[in-house]
Write a protein that binds this ligand. Sequence first.
Ligand SMILES: *Cc1c(COP(=O)(O)O)cnc(C)c1O
Length: 370
Amino acid sequence: MVEAITRPTQIEISQQALKNNVAVVKKTAGADKIFLAVKSNAYGLGLIPTSKAAVAGGVYGLAVAIIDEALALRHERLTAPILILGISPAEYAELMAVQHIMATVVSLDWLKEAATYLSGEQRLHVSLGVDTGMGRIGFRDRAALAEAIAYVQAHHDLFDYVGLATHFAESDSANTDYFEMQLARWHNLTDGLPEPEYYHVANSGAAMYHADEVPHEVIRVGTVLYGVEPSRGELADGHDLQPVMALRSEMNFVKQLPAGEGISYSHKYTTTGDEWIGTVPIGYGDGWLRKLTGFNVIVDGQYAPIVGQIAMDQMMIRLPRAYPVGTKVTLIGRDGDLENTLEDVAQHAGLAPWEIMTGMQDRLHRVLVD
Ligand SMILES: *Cc1c(COP(=O)(O)O)cnc(C)c1O
């Protein structure tokens, strides 16, 4: 395949920042092994480059939502352990076993159905999921969980009892009531049952703020490894996290306009004097949302506001002076003394940082830097 990079609008993934964050999170959580959540195109950063950088940076395993994502990783010869967080159709049990992909199991029926597809040539690694209050998927009943574990152990020729897990609905807020409730349920549901190879319960919030209270040798995190502080400031205490993602482009057209000229669809912006206006080839078709009008991007170490409506593929910015075509534009990231974080973008759009990330579209090229 020809790898055509014809576009100056790119997402940069900092390998050094990712590596730094792996070390910070391991230390803070006291974790030996990290499964990095790379579901949904690695939160928009790019499944393959991000996974490669993460494994090189010390991540143990990769967590995805669906089998397709796991197969894409195997196709690129990534050999790290892969955990599927969601429910996979049981008919693909043999495929998962052969590809060394760990399945999340949340019912005995699933195990029984999967058993009919398994040849036993490779055992299927399973992680049993317990619903302690997320209300999404998982065993909510101790007897049913015990029965499923017993089934897995009785069918050791087909299954390997690797993980036992739960997921917290709120682990990154000052109010810990809900977290404590889930933790109490976790103990009620799992204490005294046969132990798996490892427990994995901590997401970013639990890993950063509750590591002492939960099993933390193996953790399952996304947000925090991408350098986003999960409580968004509420509980931040100077973790040395570094932003992994930058988003940059270049101006491809620059002009001076007199007062009274309308900019972009519906002329929502009109120049008020002589103004230098630059055009940047990025738009909401890339995931750079229309709500970001008015946000300041960085040009030559100075802020430049986005003016007028953001179009599907292009947007305009007001410049402090004339700049040549080709001048770099930093939408997310550092340029000179200024830095736009994902949190800044998210705040302007009234969204969460991970929604901004996940919205980044495929046609943005992803490049590994430093
Ligand atoms: C997405 C996901 C994670 C990672 O969550 P972060 O808050 O980004 O760390 C962990 N576990 C499960 C089950 C998930 O779906």
